[in-house]
Design a protein around this ligand. Structure first.
Ligand code: TRP
Length: 515
């Protein structure tokens, strides 16, 4: 190994140690779930964003360098403890390498192409990473969505589609459509054809209730789904995948149950119509509904382990619950999973509004649907809501400063925006006045495109900020003034969602809709 790769690997190694080793230590005290050492390690490692972000080649180099460390300790006649400690780390790295790449580590054989997680949608060098578990981009503007449409093979939500929605519903398109936030779709014209011919369709969306800390980004699909429900007057099912969170996170079933109810309250506070909306927990509904479970099994019979490995990057050491879970997220796409709403009809088409990272589930669903005699669900995909720190990644629910949470006070909102929102402004006022700011990388401006309803005002802010007439502090103030009442109103509405109301939404029952 020449000097420069050795130093590079050295940096990687120290990052690897710093971020991963404490996690391994903590994993030994994990309570719920797997009992074997192997399982605990896997759980700990899956919780590490660093490991997930490392490319197979990074990891390969880490293992190789650790092998050399072991050899050199032995050559220098290091103590038995020293050798054992280094070997321990080496073994752990080999396990991780296998988990991430699906291959055994072999000295001198770098990881093979094509076994990296994912299918044809796998990112090439320099491309953005987008899947249900990780989203990242190297550009301050965030993910390149135009390229994603090509890579995923979906269609662009173009002006013609937005106009058609507006014409058919007689309503002004939602700001998320006007501003390209729901930017991609599959078969949306088919849904509109059905609507035009007064044939029914229904909406399906969901959430993995992993924590009580819900942030504004989590609301995007629900705000939009509520609008769709209102303008099309259609039934809606909302899946709370408490089973998914139990399988992926270090949570007990009881904790998942609690999060489900708490999350349902926030969802209901978005204003859904109880007569048209069924919210269900997988852990409850799966057992109570033979029709739903029949569809899960149908999907399970028609998707192979190889296919889910390709689509989701599962490996031999993932628990079997994860491997079969995609069938459970697929089942609500078929109307006869809900006999209380649709009887035994299997021909009511489904439209799924979701963030684009959920697309792998529905690529799989659309692939099996015709083979089991069902219609393919249509989709509307949204972009990601950026972290306050910048558009490169999604926010993390565990970092209180990474975005605005639904429980934040007006003061917290103000402080977070002022302190943490990444700015596209210049370093000094003089420079800013002269050269102007860059709204395309400015997170406060991005948040305004999600939440400020007034198009003209938004455009004026964009122009004034770009020209330098508006300063960063002023831009931040308009974001604060926009968010504070929205969050306060949400909190007020949530207060009125009693246990009884949650129970009503979550009871399987007939729904009312016009078609
Ligand atoms: N897997 C999603 C999550 O972790 C939850 C989900 C289930 C979902 N079904 C869905 C999201 C349908 C969007 C559409 O959040």
């Amino acid at each position: 190994m020449n000097y420069s790769t050795a130093t590079q690997t050295g940096t990687l190694l120290s990052r690897y140690y710093r971020r991963l080793l404490p996690l391994y230590r903590r994993s030994n005290t994990a309570t719920d779930g797997g009992h074997s050492e192997e399982h605990k390690r896997t759980t700990a490692a899956s919780a590490s964003p660093y490991l997930e972000m490392s490319s197979p080649l990074d990891l390969y180099e880490c293992v190789t360098a650790q092998g050399e460390t072991v050899r050199s300790i032995k050559a220098k006649k290091g103590s038995k403890e020293e050798v054992d400690a280094a070997v321990q780390v080496l073994l752990q790295m080999k396990l991780d390498y296998k988990r991430v790449t699906g291959q055994d580590y072999k000295a001198g054989c770098p990881p093979q192409d094509g076994v990296t997680p994912q299918d044809g949608a796998a990112p090439q060098d320099g491309e953005d990473q987008v899947d249900p578990w990780s989203v990242s981009s190297s550009s301050a503007k965030g993910v390149d969505y135009e390229k994603l449409i090509v890579r995923f093979g979906s269609s662009k939500v173009d002006q013609e589609l937005v106009d058609r929605i507006s014409r058919l519903t007689g309503k002004t398109p939602h700001r998320f459509l006007r501003r390209g936030i729901f930017f991609s779709h599959r078969d949306m014209h088919q849904i509109l054809d059905a609507f035009e011919q007064q044939k029914p369709f229904y909406l399906y969306t969901g959430r993995g209730p992993s924590s009580q800390a819900i942030h504004v980004g989590h609301l995007i699909p629900f705000i939009f789904t509520k609008w769709l429900q209102d303008v099309f007057d259609v039934p809606l099912v909302i899946q709370l995948t408490d089973d998914e969170k139990y399988l992926w996170k270090d949570l007990t079933l009881e904790e998942c149950r609690r999060f489900t109810v708490e999350n349902a309250r926030d969802i209901i506070a978005c204003g859904f119509d109880v007569n048209k909306t069924f919210i269900f927990s997988d852990l409850e509904y799966m057992g109570a509904s033979p029709a739903f479970y029949r569809n899960v099994v149908k999907v399970q019979k028609h998707v192979t382990f190889n296919q889910v490995k390709g689509i989701f990057g599962f490996t031999d050491s993932d628990c079997i619950g994860k491997i079969s879970f995609p069938a459970i997220q697929a089942a609500p796409s078929f109307s006869n999973s809900f006999p209380q709403i649709f009887g035994d009809r299997k021909d009511v088409q489904c439209l799924i509004p979701c963030a684009i990272d959920q697309d792998p589930y529905f690529r799989m669903t659309r692939d099996v649907a015709p083979r089991i005699g069902y219609l393919k669900p249509a989709l509307l995909h949204s972009t990601f809501f950026p972290a306050l720190q910048g558009a490169q990644t999604k926010m993390s629910a565990s970092d209180a400063n990474s975005t605005i949470f639904l429980t934040d006070t007006p003061k917290q909102i103000k402080n977070k925006v002022n302190k943490h929102a990444f700015s596209g402004g210049k370093d000094t006022i003089e420079e800013h006045r002269k050269l102007g700011g860059d709204p395309d990388v400015d997170v406060s401006f991005m948040y305004l495109t999600f939440f400020l309803e007034d198009d003209e005002l938004l455009e004026k802010i964009r122009q004034d900020y770009s020209s330098g007439a508006m300063l960063t502090g002023e831009l931040k103030k308009s974001l604060i003034d926009t968010l504070q009442p929205i969050i306060a109103e949400h909190q007020e509405k949530r207060k009125h969602v009693t246990d009884d109301i949650v129970q009503q939404f979550m009871t399987p029952r007939k729904l009312h809709f016009s078609c």
